[in-house]
Design a protein around this ligand. Structure first.
Ligand code: SF4
Length: 416
């Protein structure tokens, strides 16, 4: 495919956003979230460069949960309830219901509530019906299942450690338990993945009736087994044009099936969008707990020690596990707010930008907005600035331009 003009060149004459988008209710300015990183995995997927540890040893996982609870009791943690809690990884479902119950219990004890949405990432083959019942009783409201593909050959190439049968069993068990939201992830652009396989995966996802779907384009990260295999010509490099076509087709198909695209990679039935991600996209604060977890307080970002031993040793010794931090100045916060807001199909809200920064987003980055609009990548009206369909395809390009964008106004909305 060609990236140029595939959606009919949305340029300066792009119609008003009204009616084209369906904005979600944005989280309140003071809303915050909790991310807990659970780094344990039973296998190492060939494409993965996340901070993970191969372990199933209960002694280690118990020590880790103890450390996270200790970190949680630190002074940086607000005492009011979070909007959402997210247990990501890694493979958090390896922890088991008792450990998850302990983690959520610690949050409740301090804040009185775990909030409206509590997500657990679960990999097929790591949980059975009893585990899922236990997770639900512990307070998990949203189960995010890492499907990735629905062909055994692709799952083996990915070294996922499970086959298609395990996906179907996990999903059937999750349905019996009755989680309010079940989400599924899939990857497109895998080397050698055919159109037919991709269409089969998307059609099967639709048939399985999830409430939420996330589709990720494969990224080949240096240091991964996949990267080495491609370097050694054992696998073909991904075809980016074909991957973009796959995303486009899947987006249309999921929308037809009632799963509307609300973010670059995310689709949901009405009211089932992920609240934790929405906190990230509106630059709301979040606490990050555990090895390698990142946190943000609205101005400053910090991150924990990236090794398991480094993290455990620091927390056990009563020391701060933070390994680094950065302070975001006002222009950096503005750029980040704009870029994250644009990830949402409904775009960024100019009024909300104004509440946060005391300025209108349009004059602040006037030149870059104008260029992007002339290239058919964004559009705006009195309320919002949003990516066009073409902009959604070329989101990385838009981000690159925004990252380097100079401020065109003094931050109060006046041209500088
Ligand atoms: S299960 Fe997820 S975190 Fe673990 S190795 Fe695979 S991709 Fe990485």
């Amino acid at each position: 495919m060609s990236h140029q003009g595939r959606d009919g060149a949305a340029g300066p004459s792009q119609p008003c956003l009204e009616g084209r988008v369906n904005p979600l209710r944005e989280p309140a300015l003071e809303a915050w979230g909790v991310y807990i990183h659970i780094p344990f995995c039973p296998v190492r997927c060939t494409y993965c460069d996340f901070p993970t540890v191969l372990v199933r040893d209960e002694e280690v996982t118990t020590a880790y949960v103890d450390a996270v609870i200790r970190e949680w009791s630190g002074e940086r943690i607000p005492h009011r309830p979070p909007l959402a809690v997210y247990l990501g990884g890694g493979t958090p479902s390896l922890l088991g219901p008792d450990a998850v119950d302990r983690l959520l219990g610690a949050i409740r004890q301090r804040t009185g509530s775990v909030g409206a949405e509590v997500t657990l990432e679960a990999n097929p083959g790591t949980v059975d019906q009893d585990d899922l019942n236990g997770f639900r009783q512990a307070g998990i409201t949203r189960l995010s299942i890492g499907v990735q593909a629905l062909q055994d050959r692709l799952l083996r190439e990915m070294n996922r450690g499970h086959g298609v049968d395990a996906v179907l069993e996990t999903l059937a068990a999750a349905k019996r338990v009755g989680f309010p939201t079940v989400s599924m992830d899939a990857i497109y652009g895998w080397p050698g993945q055919t159109w037919r396989q991709w269409q089969e995966t998307v059609e099967e996802l639709i048939r399985l009736e999830p409430d939420h779907v996330s589709l990720y384009q494969l990224q080949v990260e240096p240091g991964t087994q996949l990267y080495r295999k491609i370097r050694r010509h054992e696998l073909a490099p991904p075809n980016f044009d074909e991957a973009a076509d796959m995303a486009d087709w899947a987006s249309r198909r999921l929308t037809q099936a009632g799963l509307a695209r609300y973010e670059i990679s995310s689709f949901a039935r009405p009211g089932r969008h992920g609240r934790m991600n929405q906190l990230y996209w509106t630059l709301n604060p979040y606490v990050g707990l555990g090895m390698a977890a990142h946190a943000f307080d609205g101005r400053r970002r910090w991150w924990n020690a990236r090794s398991l031993h480094g993290y455990l040793n620091r927390v056990r010794a009563g020391r701060d596990p933070v390994a680094g931090s950065e302070e975001l100045n006002r222009p950096a916060l503005m750029r980040e707010y704009c870029w994250l807001g644009l990830r949402q199909v409904s775009g960024l809200t100019r009024q909300r930008f104004g509440q946060r920064f005391g300025a209108d987003a349009l004059p602040v980055f006037h030149r870059v907005w104008e260029e992007l609009r002339q290239d058919g990548l964004i559009t705006w009206d009195a309320e919002r600035i949003a990516l066009t369909a073409r902009g959604l395809d070329l989101a990385n390009l838009v981000m690159g331009r925004l990252i380097g964008a100079p401020l065109d106004a003094d931050g109060t909305g006046k041209r500088g």
